[in-house]
Ligand binder design. Sequence first.
Ligand code: NAD
Length: 350
Amino acid sequence: MKIRKLDIENYETVVHATDEETGLNAFIGVHDTTLGPALGGLRIWPYEHEEDALTDVLRLSKGMSYKSAIAQTGLGGGKSVIIGDPKVVRNPETLRAMGRFIDSLDGKYITAEDVNTRVVDLEFVRKETRWVTGLPIAKGGSGNPSPYTGFGVYLGIRTCLEEAFGSDDPKGRHIAVQGVGNVAQAVIARLLEAGARVTACDINLERIATVKEKHPEVEFVEPDAIYDVECDVFSPHALGAVVNDKTIDRLRCQVIAGAANNQLAEVRHGDVLREKGILYAPDFVINAGGIINVSVEFVEGGYNEEVALAKIANIQNALKSTFAMAKAEETSTNRAAIFVAKKIIADNKA
Ligand code: NAD
């Protein structure tokens, strides 16, 4: 395996590996380890160009630093990507080679699940390195992070309701959910139980059928129509960049709060939301439940669900202080959260 170090400003370590034997072509980005070892998932994606994979690893690892700083996980930010078609590269040999690549950083980077990687894949990575989290509960890990992310998002939605309407009670509130995957399903179940009305969409008919079977009261609309639903909360759980120049004037909600990463196409869209009086829960604050859960496995020296749930509940306080700061500084909630995260890291560097 050939490992090449890249010199990138403001990133501690960025490395690129190619392995002729297994076909591995991968990047690891360690943005910052001031607060602890850099933890972030392993993504598999068929990037057209190596530069696209590098851009993604840089953007995502920085995002993980901010997410972990605010969530107080005691971890830094990192991320890794394997370039390739998941159907091809999700094989034991390539995943084991990725494990050796991760191991070469001696614990500076710790991996976990992400887009196109599952617990079964991580088990192959684990054969070559101990720097893997999110393994099955039966194997001493914290398991699937999605229900925990969902729990945090549900609590976060309640905090947003309190801020926007003066009551955190979801009863009678209308929530428009984009994407009904793993996290969204956990959020929907809690919202319905609390008496909310849910309108949803997905591009995957099987996912829609699963939700309809469990919760016949959920109304479905066509994927693109979700932006036009008159609702209290728009809750993105599918893609990034859904708040953009094309959608922002269509939104008919008071609050945007969901799990999807990088919901704002650009930082300036957060300013537009503020001008429109739409309360935005910064994605990297509200969707930290999964990383918090995984961090308990690692940082506390053994997974404990009670500890994890208590830490996840703290997302509510993180959101409240973000909203208070945005008001005081007359800025968007997104800018306020980025400022706080950078300050936490800088203060710890000093
Ligand atoms: P998932 O793949 O289980 O669900 C995503 C769903 O969105 C799928 O059902 C998919 O069909 C649907 N979708 C894709 N494109 C769509 C479109 N154009 N319109 C409507 N639906 C569409 O993923 P997940 O694990 O539930 O994660 C959801 C989001 O939350 C992702 O953006 C992810 O990055 C983010 N996130 C997840 C976690 C976690 O713990 N899983 C943690 C933090 C952030």
